[in-house]
Design a protein around this ligand. Structure first.
Ligand code: ADP
Ligand code: MG
Length: 406
């Protein structure tokens, strides 16, 4: 039985955790359940989770890391070198609006290599999961295919070494015998003429045999300067997909990483991580790791950053409710609708964020602190005269407080 009754039990007690457990290989053998996690982080998480949450199951549950199990197997039969790390899987890749397309296409490639999307070219900034997706393809293909993951720099170094040692034919054979070549960081092709020539040769051969090629870069093929035209045009001949990171996806990733590190999933922790990290998953992971070790440790300019972020939240919520661009609220205006929204945002900066009048005036592009006093008075007055307006203000206030976790 493949973990059926164990998963049923988890599903009953925690519908979120069951999603994570489903990613693991679970074997139920008699009175024993063995859970194989893809990496140490998941092993730690699963062990801690089971120790605190699983009671009365009546079976012994053992958590092991796949790596450990494989290491033992390796002693008997060495696996072919594919440079793949089992910490990267489709299952532990968090999907959101900004990486969904890249995820789907990569998954499709791992289902049908050499068919629909060949070559596939994925590009995007650093730390957005490109290597993770590329390795996930490899991990899924490796059972049935001869697959190799290699960063361009390693390809180049190996080629130079082979040339020096008169083993270039041997080097080529390794690549020409592949079913799938997963080449990472191809931006480093720039200026490497000999590497480009060798790659072109391998590329042409693999393509002519419908072998899968996936290329990853930090920029679009068009922006790969100093790379031969013929290679660029080959890269452009397939599907090119950009990977990004938006707020929604970032939030989902933060959530997953907080769970993995056993940190609370409450609003203040979420906002703390969201507000102190940029749009880079590597940075988010580093931040959460530090958070786990040292706890909340506000940076010296933390308060300032928090304040700015809170102001942005107020402006965004108010602007959205008026269907306005938030930037308009910070500029001078005579337009009535913009002015009204601006006054309300200023009012919340006082009543919720407790900023000084001069700070508020500064934020909204006014010179004098009396502008803030005037705006806030106006909102207060309108609240006493207009019931509908008062309802709107209290609704917006609730939204702002909830978003800020206040
Ligand atoms: P890139 O190659 O784009 O620079 P990586 O693939 O190396 O980025 O990702 C950096 C780190 O962030 C890795 O540890 C990776 O597992 C993690 N990561 C990136 N995107 C995601 C995601 N969507 N879900 C889970 N982890 C992610
Ligand atoms: Mg990478």
């Amino acid at each position: 039985m493949e973990g059926g009754s164990f998963l049923n039990l988890i599903e009953k007690i925690d519908s979120f955790a069951v999603g994570i457990f489903r990613q693991f290989l679970i074997k139920e053998e008699g009175n024993r359940v063995v859970i194989l996690t893809p990496n140490e982080e998941y092993k730690r998480w699963a062990t801690a989770y089971l120790n605190t949450k699983l009671k009365g199951f009546g079976k012994a549950v053992v958590v092991e890391c796949e790596k450990e199990t494989k290491a033992v197997n390796k002693e008997n039969k060495p696996a072919p070198k594919d440079n793949l790390s089992d910490r990267y899987t489709f299952e532990n890749f968090v999907v959101g609006p900004s990486n969904e397309l890249a995820y789907k296409v990569c998954f499709e490639v791992s289902e049908n290599p050499g068919k629909l999307f060949n070559p596939l070219f994925i590009y995007g900034k650093s730390g957005l999961g490109k290597t993770h997706l590329l390795q996930s393809i490899g991990n899924r293909l490796k059972q049935d295919c001869r697959v190799l993951y290699i960063p361009l720099m390693d390809f180049s170094d190996a080629m130079v070494k082979a040339l020096k040692e008169n083993r270039i034919e041997e080097f080529r054979e390794v690549f020409l015998g592949l079913d799938a070549l997963l080449l990472d960081d191809v931006q480093f092709l720039v200026g490497k003429e000999r590497t480009q020539i060798e790659l072109f040769r391998i590329y042409e051969k693999l393509q002519s045999e419908d072998k899968q090629i996936v290329l990853v870069s930090d920029r679009h093929p068009k922006d790969l300067k100093d790379v031969s035209e013929r290679l660029i045009s080959r890269f452009e001949s397939g599907l090119i997909i950009e990977i990004g990171l938006d707020d929604e996806t970032k939030r989902r990733i933060v959530r997953q990483k907080l769970i993995l590190y056993g940190l609370p999933l409450d609003e203040p922790t979420m906002e703390y991580v969201m507000g102190n990290t940029g749009y880079n998953v590597r940075e988010i992971e580093g931040f959460i790791r530090t958070l786990k070790m040292v706890g909340f440790k506000p940076k010296s300019d933390q308060r300032k950053a928090d304040k700015q972020k809170n102001v942005e939240t107020v402006i965004n919520i108010v602007a959205k409710s008026f269907k306005l661009n938030p930037e308009l609220l910070k500029k001078k205006t005579k337009e009535r609708k913009v002015m009204n929204a601006k006054h309300i945002a200023m009012y919340f900066c006082k009543t919720i964020l407790n900023l000084s009048y001069s700070e508020i005036s500064g934020i909204f592009g006014k010179k004098d602190h009396t502008s803030a006093i005037y705006a806030i008075k106006k909102v207060e007055q309108k609240c006493t005269e207009d019931r509908k307006f008062q309802y709107m203000i209290s609704f917006l206030e609730k939204t702002v407080r909830k978003t800020l976790g206040l």
